[in-house]
Write a new protein. Structure first.
Length: 380
């Protein structure tokens, strides 16, 4: 009799490819033009069409998108940016890259996203932007804060690195009026291998962003090839998305409905499997409106549970250690008791499109055992 194979939950998340990416990249390589080309511009157009917005500006990464968006919004030295501490450090490093000051705020412990009242309470006379993080793929609705932010000229710049494809009510994230930044990194909902995009609010902002991502040069590649010169109209960086990466993104976008379906099904499988487990709280991503990027739980005695899960060969992680406790951001420390508490409890479960529902159930059962073992050990 054959022994059933053990579910492969030890592997870390890796890009999920559909098979068409290789042909798309091969075509770019055969064409011999690897920089920002018409392929990049086609990717921008198709992203904009998918989101239902007039324009999208592709860049090299989600961090580059945040950096460019902050610059385009006029955020600079000495300005304050309201930002949750519960995010990847890239969010805060982008704030520091423009010389601005992070003003850390609490998150809702059930969603790990900021709430309007926390944002309003954090505003000062120096606040120039609010940077909500769409944690795990959940859209953030600042609701009652929006009128105040608009009246005070404070930009809303969304870190939507986790949230490509998600919705706020009936609108896709990116189409809700904020200056939205996406990541198309290796393991994001949609990957370019490496890449990102900014969704501008106006045509003037789109032009500004295109200059910023191309060393201040405002002409497209086709326009530059048709003349003997080009114009540099301001500061810029080398943040343009290569045709190779754009080709991967185009292939991914054409299959994105599959990613959306699979990610929702896997998250719901975790939700159902974990519902009866004592001592485990699932962080809510509002799955009916989201394309989930993470599956995160809160557990007591997290360090013991983490170790026990690793011993069982399950690739758990922590997203993220709170930034206001990091040495690099110590000058801007504020006490955030909710964030500090959840920072000691959060545990990311394996979540990627290579998973099967059977593997999800294996992870959930292992987590139940690990939590029970950790609690029993703590009671001794």
């Amino acid at each position: 009799m054959t022994t059933p194979s053990r579910p492969d939950t030890a592997r870390n998340a890796s890009p999920y490819l559909y098979g068409t990416e290789l042909e798309a990249v091969s075509q770019v390589l055969a064409d011999g033009q690897y920089g920002h080309t018409a392929v990049t511009e086609q990717f921008e157009q198709e992203i904009a069409r998918y989101l239902g917005v007039p324009d999208a500006v592709a860049v090299t990464s989600g961090t580059a998108a945040l950096h460019c968006a902050l610059l385009a919004a006029g955020v600079g030295a000495g300005d304050e940016v309201v930002v949750p501490s519960m995010t990847f450090c890239a969010t805060v490093q982008a704030v520091r890259a423009v010389g601005a000051i992070p003003r850390f705020v609490e998150v809702n412990p059930d969603t790990l996203c900021v709430e309007p009242d926390a944002v309003l309470a954090a505003l000062t006379g120096r606040t120039r932007a609010v940077l909500p993080v769409l944690y795990g793929g959940r859209a953030v609705d600042l609701g009652a804060a929006n009128d105040t932010l608009h009246e005070r000229g404070i930009a809303v710049i969304e870190d939507a690195a986790h949230a490509f494809g998600s919705r706020l009510n009936h609108l896709r994230v990116g189409a809700t009026g904020a200056l939205t930044c996406f990541s198309f990194g290796p393991i994001k909902n949609l990957t370019c291998g490496q890449g990102g995009a900014v969704i501008p609010r106006t045509s003037a902002e789109a032009r500004k962003l295109r200059g910023l991502r191309m060393l201040g040069v405002v002409q497209s590649q086709a326009e530059r090839q048709a003349t003997t010169g080009y114009t540099v109209d301001g500061f810029g960086l080398r943040y343009q998305l290569s045709a190779i990466n754009a080709a991967i993104g185009l292939a991914q976008l054409r299959r994105f409905a599959e990613a959306e379906k699979t990610r929702r099904e896997l998250w719901c499988a975790y939700r159902d499997a974990l519902r009866p487990v004592d001592g485990v709280t699932l962080v809510d991503v509002n799955v009916s409106h989201s394309v989930p990027h993470l599956c995160v739980v809160r557990v007591r005695r997290r360090e013991q549970v983490f170790r026990l899960m690793k011993e069982r060969g399950i690739a758990v992680g922590v997203h993220y250690p709170p930034n206001h406790l990091q040495e690099a951001f110590k000058p801007w420390y504020r006490p955030l008791p909710v964030t500090e508490q959840v920072g000691e409890e959060i545990l990311s479960l394996p979540f990627h499109q290579h998973l099967t529902v059977a593997e999800v159930h294996h992870v959930a059962a292992s987590l139940a055992d690990a939590v029970a073992q950790a609690q029993a050990g703590g009671a001794q």
